[in-house]
Design a protein around this ligand. Structure first.
Ligand SMILES: *[C@@H]1O[C@H](CO)[C@@H](O)[C@H](O)[C@H]1NC(C)=O
Length: 189
């Protein structure tokens, strides 16, 4: 389908180019604008095709988020950490009300998080890809401690990534210093 349309459009464009050249007084800007339009049309056709291949997103559509917490959250087993504030949420893949990132596009993604314990308490969390545990942070002993997550994952469109509690009766600490953060971004498609 795409190939057929390209085969039809390219000769049509070249023919148009010939005509304007013959006329002599051709307008370069108009030609460039037409060529841009043609490229945009081809990209749109490719993006909406049944191949499932999305074109590489740009600017505000490029999936990238950093969320953070300004308060402590009490957790039970399996509960998702709600990083309920956002600094960046391009592509709107991250939902600050649930704490879950949903991939708007298939691709390779990087995720990182910093999580702080309540003073002298244990904090035991895992990062999940859909319902599979991927990596774990276990911080224990005296004082306020930070744990970190750092993974690169291949996601399908609609796959979910979240950080969840591994045990009952624990809390993740944060306050207006924004100690606990969760970030993710597309790297490649
Ligand atoms: C926490 O984030 C808010 C919102 O961006 C910012 O105004 C504030 O300065 C941050 N606090 C610290 C200590 O970085």
């Amino acid at each position: 389908m795409v190939n057929m349309i390209v085969l039809l459009f390219i000769p049509a464009f070249l023919f148009y180019g010939q005509l304007t050249t013959v006329k002599g007084d051709c307008n370069r800007k108009l030609e460039n604008a037409l060529f841009d339009d043609l490229i945009q049309m081809m990209l749109k056709i490719k993006g909406s095709g049944s191949s499932g291949v999305d074109h590489f997103p740009k600017g505000k559509d490029f999936p990238a988020f950093t969320a953070y917490k300004v308060s402590t959250q009490a957790l039970s087993t399996g509960e998702v950490i709600k990083f309920d504030q956002v600094w960046t949420n391009n592509g709107n893949g991250y939902d600050p009300s649930s704490g879950v990132f949903t991939a708007p596009l298939a691709g390779l993604y990087h995720f990182a998080a910093v999580v702080m314990s309540v003073s002298d308490a244990t904090l035991y969390l895992s990062l999940y890809h859909n319902n599979a545990k991927i990596t774990t942070s276990y911080i224990t002993d005296k004082g306020y401690k930070t744990g970190t997550f750092d993974v690169v994952l291949t996601l399908k469109k609609g796959d979910k990534v979240s950080i969840r509690s591994r045990q009952n009766s624990q809390s993740i600490f944060s306050n207006s210093n924004n100690y606990s953060t969760f970030s993710g971004n597309l790297i490649a498609m």
